[in-house]
Design a protein around this ligand. Structure first.
Ligand code: HEM
Ligand SMILES: [Cu+2]
Length: 846
């Protein structure tokens, strides 16, 4: 970060050269990190990624301290160190912090930081989106954790089961969990979008789909999983919060609701979540193992295929968390078998790693120790996992400490150990300095021994019958000794982390800079100079192998001597190359956003909306929400779809690329597409709820209650479909440059949208459906409300396009705005048709 021009590597011919070439100076200036307090307006992914990583690691430490408090409390029987209520809050916060504020975010954070380097890109396509995601995460995380200091923390366990959390817990704890974490989940989705588009569209020329670094494949899989796993939870959060805030009875059996629906929605998220936190660690190993084995990964395609396979399979396992809810035997059988089957692709990946290590010439290091420990620990956790996948065993072990032992072997073996390995491995890349191998070995043994002493006894405790989530136990039941041992182990483990932190934070001014590429790795991120330059790479390389640093002769020199793409920033703009999805042929020179505080304020006011809503301060919440929308509009207005000063730009090597694209080739189009996929997934989860009640309950829809009728919903649908058609026509006439027709049609479309939304709402309104009376009207209202909200957003977008064209920021040629809005409308139209089909169609056929 202390920017020093990098002329060292071209030292050979440096006598005749000035200190720094003008092109390099321009490049540095364009990518300069702001100084002073403006530093926090930085949006460059290496900056934001670093803050993000540090913050999520801090949350890990916080969660770890909570764990120690629990272990102190459980060390001896009948302890009074914590009250039952405090213990409930602490285990809930420990689990939630570890899962939502550490395990998922640290993967996204780290990926945001290194992905551009792995791709030899200057930046990811939406740096400002990353910054927005980061600040949302920070604000939401502080809010959720802060509740603990006011004794107001959630206490329903990290899966928040109703009716415990709906009918039996007062206070704002559960609301903080539901709203605070929803806010953070939105940030996670934002990061996932950035990462997917980054991998698909920002690869260096020549990096065909079969040359992608393995880590990037895992990013695709995991970010894709986030897109499909988080929305069901968000849908569940909405339902549960509506029940808590407005008494809509989704989970109240007395009024037709069903708490098991929550369990489905939670675990449709929750099981993939386990793989969302564990696959990235496998990904880290996939980057480190070839380096230490000094040979390319054995079975590259097998690793990729099984990563994809694990991702898919993991969505079909959630019911194994619900074996004790009284499911039919057939579902138990199917899900039990499926759960055991997932061991196969996982095994394939591990075997490929072992094969690589055997094939290669392994170099010893602390990283490798942590990798081995991680694999072994994870496998033990996987085996106890296969045990609990066997339903009769699960009936015994369910809700005991056996599960706590199992899940920590998986999570700590699957995340902490590999992350520690990666910490040692990537530390020089990020800071320019190496961590001590000697201290690292001490850390390793403390962590490994502490971990096993802490967690192995938990299996025994569970088999002896100790339930999880109890704040104490009586003496003389055979539980005392094992608990004490476990607590001692936890402190040994903690000691390991203390030593580690001392090594990380001790002043390093004396220590020499690490050499470049200290591990002699073969992948692009190790092009980074020491210390790293804000431009990322001096020139964006051409790739024709999986390990270019090993396999492409003279590669580093060519990059450093600016022989590849974009070696200059003639116009002083931040630019990177966009390429095609499969072949990575360059198709655009993309200009990305620079530093701004808009993203911070956008996050602040979005956070305000969620935080005020927690306390039911509706007016401040709405005000904050409106301001957030305003800030976001300003950000989009000033920061996206700029009309360039010229059509094409010469990017070097005789290639000239367009500066502007719209439609399926453009990154913005992809972002919209992916966002809407997640959005429709959340919507479909609500629809799932509708049919869940419908199939499970005889009194659904309840006899005397009228539905929303057919007339108004269908009218609403027709009006909205007309609006949809008009929007598409407007796009067409804009492209033909018939301004008058464009304005007319799009204005009409907006009017039709308003009318259609009104008609849609009129259905349940005029038939007097009362959402607090029964779950049926409540679900109808939720579906209609969801659709209406999206339609309102649709109007905002239509007006936005009208304003853009009027302001000269959108033209016939530069039409990304209306193209993206039309894309949004495809999804909106689908939502409308499904909503109306469901609410108007289904009660009558039953
Ligand atoms: C660093 C050392 C850790 C220790 C000593 C520790 C200790 C514990 C203990 C004692 C419990 C059980 C509380 C109870 O049921 O009464 C627990 C629960 C849990 N832990 Fe950890 N843990 C650690 C790290 C982690 C990590 C790294 C993760 C995830 C990445 C994690 C995730 C969880 C989850 C999800 C629960 C379940 C919470 C619930 O029942 O709602 N833990 N932990
Ligand atoms: Cu599971």
């Amino acid at each position: 970060m202390e920017s020093l021009p990098a002329t060292t590597n071209s030292a050979a011919n440096s006598e005749s050269e000035p200190e720094i070439a003008p092109s390099a100076a321009r490049l540095l200036k364009a990518w300069e990190t702001p100084r002073g307090w403006r530093y926090w307006s930085a949006v460059n992914n290496s900056e934001v990624g670093l803050w993000y990583t540090v913050t999520s690691f801090a949350f890990f430490l916080f969660g770890g301290v909570l764990a120690l408090l629990m272990r102190i409390q459980l060390a001896v029987p009948g302890n009074t160190f914590l009250t039952a209520d405090q213990y409930n809050q602490i285990f809930t916060m420990h689990g939630s912090v570890m899962m939502f504020l550490f395990a998922v975010p640290i993967f996204e954070a780290f990926s945001i930081m290194v992905l551009p380097e792995m791709l030899g890109a200057r930046d990811l396509p939406f740096p400002r989106l990353s910054a927005y995601g980061y600040f949302s995460f920070l604000i939401g995380g502080i809010f959720v954790c802060g509740s603990l200091f006011f004794g107001a923390a959630p206490k329903g366990g990290w899966f928040m089961y109703p009716p415990l959390t709906s009918a039996f817990q007062d206070g704002v704890g559960a609301d903080i969990w539901l709203l605070g974490l929803t806010f953070i989940e939105i940030a996670s989705i934002a990061a996932a979008i950035e990462l997917i588009v980054g991998v698909l569209k920002c690869r260096p020329p020549g990096m065909r789909i079969n040359l992608i670094p393995l880590y990037c494949w895992y990013i695709l899989v995991v970010a894709g999983m986030i897109l499909f796993a988080f929305p069901p939870l968000i849908a569940g959060d909405i339902l549960l919060e509506m029940e808590r805030a407005f008494d809509w009875p989704f989970f109240d059996p007395k009024r037709g609701g069903d708490p098991v629906l929550w369990q489905h929605l939670f675990w449709i998220f929750g099981h993939p979540e386990v793989y969302i936190v564990f696959l990235p660690s496998i990904a880290l190993m996939a980057m480190m193992i070839p380096t230490f084995a000094r040979t390319p990964m054995v079975g590259y395609s097998w690793v990729v295929l099984s990563a994809v396979g694990t991702g898919f399979l993991s969505f079909g396992l959630w019911v194994h968390h619900m074996f004790t809810t009284g499911l039919p035997g057939i579902s138990i059988g199917i899900f039990s078998a499926a759960s055991q089957a997932v061991a196969i692709p996982t095994g394939v990946q591990i075997f490929c790693f072992l094969a690589t290590l055997t094939a290669g010439n392994v170099k010893r290091s602390v990283c490798l120790l942590f990798i081995f420990a991680g694999l072994a620990t994870f496998i033990i956790g996987g085996l106890t996992g296969v045990m609990v996948a066997v339903a009769p065993f699960d009936f015994q072990a369910h809700d005991t400490f056996f599960i706590v032992g199992h899940l920590h072997y998986v999570l700590i073996g699957g995340t902490i150990f590999p992350i520690m390995a990666a910490f040692y491995y990537f530390f020089p890349l990020v800071t320019g300095k190496q961590l001590s191998e000697r201290v690292g070995t001490i850390v390793f043994w403390l962590v490994l021994i502490g971990f096993n002493v802490a967690f192995f006894p938990m299996h025994i405790l569970g088999l002896l019958g100790m339930p999880r989530r109890v704040f104490t136990y009586p003496a003389g039941m055979g539980l005392d000794l094992w608990n004490l041992i476990s607590s001692i182990g936890a402190f040994v483990l903690a000691a390991g982390f203390v030593v580690f932190l001392i090594d990380v934070f001790r002043p390093r001014r004396q220590q020499a800079l690490s050499e470049r590429n200290p591990w002699q790795a073969g992948t692009l991120e190790w092009l980074a100079e020491m210390p790293d330059q804000p431009w990322g790479v001096r020139s964006i390389p051409v790739i024709n192998s999986r390990y270019p640093l090993w396999e492409q002769p003279g590669f580093v020199n060519d990059v450093d001597e600016a022989r590849f793409y974009l070696p200059d920033a003639e116009e002083g703009k931040r630019e990177t190359i966009v390429s095609s999805v499969i072949d990575a042929t360059p198709i655009q020179c993309l200009r990305v956003g620079g530093p701004t505080f808009l993203t911070f304020f956008a996050a602040l006011f979005t956070g305000g909306f969620f935080i005020f809503a927690t306390y039911h301060w509706w007016w401040p919440a709405i005000l904050s929400g409106v301001i957030a929308c305003g800030v976001i509009l300003r950000w989009v207005w000033t920061g996206t779809a700029w009309i360039p000063e010229k059509e094409n730009k010469d990017v070097g090597l005789g290639v000239s690329l367009p500066l502007y694209l719209s439609g399926p080739q453009a990154v913005g189009w992809w972002a919209m597409f992916i966002t809407m996929t997640a959005d429709v997934t959340a919507f479909m989860s609500l629809v799932f709820g509708y049919f869940f009640y419908w199939t499970i309950h005889d009194d659904y829809p309840p006899e005397p209650l009228p539905g929303p009728g057919v007339f108004w919903p269908v009218t609403g649908m027709l009006l909205l479909l007309v609006a949809y058609g008009l929007t598409l026509l407007a796009r067409h006439w804009n492209r033909r440059d018939f301004g008058a027709r464009f304005y007319l049609l799009l204005s009409l479309a907006a009017l039709f949208t308003v009318g259609g939304t009104g008609a849609l709402l009129a259905g349940p309104w005029l038939t007097g459906l009362d959402p607090t009376e029964h779950v049926y009207p409540a679900v109808v209202w939720v579906l209609v409300g969801w659709t209406a909200l999206h339609a309102v957003l649709g109007v905002v977008m239509q007006l936005y396009c009208l304003a853009r064209r009027a302001a000269g920021r959108m033209t016939a040629r530069y039409d990304a705005d209306i193209v993206n809005v039309a894309l949004y409308w495809h999804f909106l139209a689908l939502t409308v048709v499904i909503t109306v089909g469901v609410i108007a169609g289904f009660p009558s056929v039953s």
